[in-house]
Ligand binder design. Sequence first.
Ligand code: FAD
Length: 314
Amino acid sequence: MKVAELYRQKSFVFSIEIYPPKTQESLERLKIKLKEFRSYHPDFISVTYGAGGSTRENTHELASYIQNDLGIEAMAHLTCVSHTRLEIETLLEQFHQSGIENLMALRGDPPSGKNHFQRPSRGFAYAVELIESIRALNGFCIGAAGYPEGHVENPDKEADLRHQKAKVDAGAELLVSQFFLVNEFFLKWRDRLHRGGVRVPIIPGLLLPSSAEALFRMSKLCGVSIPGSLRAKLERFADDPGALKEIGWNHLEAQTESLLREGIEGVHLYALNRLETVRRFSQLIQPVSGRHDTYSENPEKYSIAENSKIPMTV
Ligand code: FAD
């Protein structure tokens, strides 16, 4: 089933993102773990696409396993990195042959050490071009990435917002946000997109911020703000994994509980392949299993004034 249909049918969609391991051995281990993911009832699982090498093939294998062996809707990610248009067409055909109906279409990051993405020879420079080319085949449901604090490479936040909308105009049927740690960024971004005419589900991407070093690195790389109070706690307990875990969970719980009151249509959990994260997070979202109105149905109710200050939860 196309995941856009899931958002139409359900008032809350729980999705999980995983990444493909590098070796065949770890891939097989992950497949076993994924059987247990099933007990936590994800509506779909998305599988990231690496910068190159064997993990790219593993994206296909994992997505196919999720779709066909586990019976859970799979979404395969695909990037423009190092691909010609022709290669993309071949990959799309392979995904189609494997019964995969959902794709997350991305540009991908510039190679490490480079500030700017270079269009691959005979390939695509931006995600919007990839989306147009997938849409031309008219068989896949397409998701795209969005950035509540703006994409890190683009200092012009208004232009960046227009580029995010362009992906929807080109055929993306949902926008999944990069992780964020302050809900206000997401809520204002959602309102701005809505005011700009975006009418697809805008889904918060959430991460458990429990590793100080990794979080500081990622937030710098992705341009994501860390609230001062969270940063201070993570720094203070940097050498205490047990305390970091609880600090992370306290933050994620507060963030999620507050978002659940904002008409969100689902959550995309950056699970980092961790079963324990999926298990504990699935308990957090139990209260929304019933019917409730959503932002798409009632945007006025959930929109926030541009200058309002949502009380920070942590
Ligand atoms: P784009 O939408 O193309 O935007 C990239 C930059 O170009 C932005 O700064 C934008 O403002 C600018 N831009 C866009 N269109 C134009 C235009 N027409 N003219 C001028 N400027 C323009 N990376 C991976 O490698 N593999 C993954 O599996 C993966 N999964 C992800 C999943 C999610 C939900 C998210 C949020 C990110 C993911 N990423 C992944 C990271 C993503 O590839 C990077 O954030 C990348 O830098 C941008 O990708 P994009 O698709 O948003 O690019």
